[in-house]
Ligand binder design. Sequence first.
Ligand SMILES: [Zn+2]
Length: 411
Amino acid sequence: MTDYSAFTPYLEWLDSQQDAMVEDLIRVANINSGSYHTEGVNRVAEAFAELAAGLGGEVSWHEMPAQEVISNQGQKEHKPLGRALQISKRPEAPVRVLLCGHLDTVFPKDSGFQQVRWLDDKTLNGPGVADLKGGLILMLRALQAFENSPFADQIGWDILFNPDEEIGSPGSSTLFPALAAQNHVGLLYEPAYADGNLAGERKGSGNFSVVVRGRAAHAGREHHLGRNAIRALADFTSALDDLNGQRQGVTINPGFVQGGGPVNIVPELAIMKFNIRLERPEDEAWCLEHIQHLQNDINSRDGLSLEVHGGFGRKPKVLSPANQRLASLIRECGENLGLALEFKPTGGCCDGNNFAACGLPNIDTLGIVGGKIHSHEEYCLVDSLSERAKLTALILFRLATDTDRDWLKRS
Ligand SMILES: [Zn+2]
């Protein structure tokens, strides 16, 4: 049995930090950091670099490659991304922990949702207060409490603040394999559920764009010479949607369509975007095979071509034995704080998927308690700042003092 009394002074210090955490959260949430607002993302990164200065880690900045996207005109475009910030300490420590959270939000520079306000004296409404700036604030305080303790020499850590999670981490995921390899466990700061519980298994996800090109012709004079891109795309989309229900846990959602122009012209261009969610890694091959088959069908038609771009950016998160061990350690830490934490499966994805796929056991909802994320009603229950900071601090204390470390060995 762990004697938690040695940790008490550091947990009490976190209680004393509650008001300061709220103040810091309001400041960073009032800076817009929509994923493509790179200047705002970089400003938020700099604010966090300042907040982390007392930790004494080594700071490195990573430039991200631009994201390749398919425009609504069917062209490849490159969108610049903000910088990732990494802070690292004690690379040689016996236990190494990755702490990770994203700087970006889903609210663009010109969003109508820009400022934080109080809904009542316990509830803050604002862009990113839950997803995920509140989590970053409490993570840094928890780490400070740990660094103030005599147990600190047992754990080395990397913090990754990444700029592009809300668009699938196209740039920052290139950093993940090395970070996964040099750490034993990952703690990620997506918000907990509104009832305080945490996420366990997660579905995998892929985003795809389809560009169909046909041939334009006058709809009255030479209709027979045209090749209708909209018709071909409609056939493809119907057949794709018919795959729903054919394989356990796989869902396909055509979610965007655009094409054509004046109705007296046979349309030569049509574009569709779709998302796939799946439960098992082997489902990916099943999906890709079917997509290929549907694509071949269109490409075999005279005068028509169909390109598919994109892929599976998030692997399904399956809880490995080491990941289950980490979850039970976290459940025990919760019990010590009077929290009955449950781990619930979800169809949503985050960087926890990618880190699990890189072999890093991780729990990814250690941020604040809140809800209605990705909407203008996003909120954070502010008391959870100190509550969840204490949870993270306890996790670190346990990882530093538990004598059984066999489960931390990489398979
Ligand atoms: Zn998030």
